[in-house]
Design a binder for this molecule. Structure first.
Ligand SMILES: *[C@@H]1O[C@H](CO)[C@@H](O)[C@H](O)[C@H]1NC(C)=O
Ligand SMILES: *[C@@H]1O[C@H](CO)[C@@H](O)[C@H](O)[C@H]1NC(C)=O
Length: 191
């Protein structure tokens, strides 16, 4: 009995260690109510990033992010991939955040920009990327960007191994979620 128990536990671990988007048993999925025979190449096409080439960033000091997940591109459902396209105004930042369900492969389309992440030992990794460089941010770790160019804006593409990686931004999670201010103050003092 004891032996059987540990086998069951081992299997449970093996399954949970492989946590990613679930596999699907079809080539691709279509939303409920859509006939798969009606699907054309348009279903696999997303054109909603075209305007990222001409963002109006007047007065903005924070990056402008468009997350292309299964929520706005339903064809991604079940395929385990998604992207985020970010535009950086000159001397702008992306505030600290993390993605609970995926690592991120960041592609610098312009540069230089400074990417940082912090691991679970509280070790800070800071790297300066030039246009064309890639940088990987392990799943669930807090990261942020300082776009250090002052003469023009620039962009990045984040590539995810999940159709819905999720984003938790520390500032809004802590200060805009309704946690009582006195509890928060006490918690932060005690770290
Ligand atoms: C860009 O945004 C600024 C500030 O919101 C606005 O004043 C300006 O008219 C916009 N420019 C264009 C070309 O839309
Ligand atoms: C971002 O980089 C610029 C240029 O290197 C630097 O002056 C600025 O202090 C940095 N900002 C932050 C918040 O680290």
């Amino acid at each position: 009995m004891r032996r059987l128990c540990s086998v069951v536990i081992l299997i449970a671990f093996a399954i949970s260690a492989n946590a990613g988007d679930p596999d699907i048993l079809d080539d691709f999925l279509v939303p409920p109510g859509i006939d798969i025979n009606s699907v054309t190449r348009q279903y696999f096409t997303f054109t909603g990033l075209r305007d990222m080439q001409r963002v109006n960033y007047t007065g903005k000091t924070e990056s402008i992010v468009r997350r292309v997940t299964k929520k706005i591109f339903p064809a991604l459902e079940g395929l385990g991939v998604s992207v985020s396209r970010t535009f950086y105004p000159p001397l702008s930042i992306t505030p600290p955040h993390y993605h609970p369900r995926s690592s991120e492969l960041l592609v610098a389309l312009d540069g230089p920009l400074e990417i940082s992440f912090i691991d679970t030992r509280n070790k800070l990794f800071v790297q300066t990327l030039q246009a064309g460089d890639l940088f990987v941010i392990p799943r669930g770790l807090i990261h942020f960007v300082n776009y250090t160019r002052g003469d023009c804006g620039g962009g990045t593409m984040g590539i995810f191994g999940s159709a819905n990686p999720g984003t938790v931004t520390l500032g809004s999670t802590l200060f805009e979620s309704g946690i009582k201010a006195d509890l928060l103050a006490k918690s932060l003092q005690n770290r």
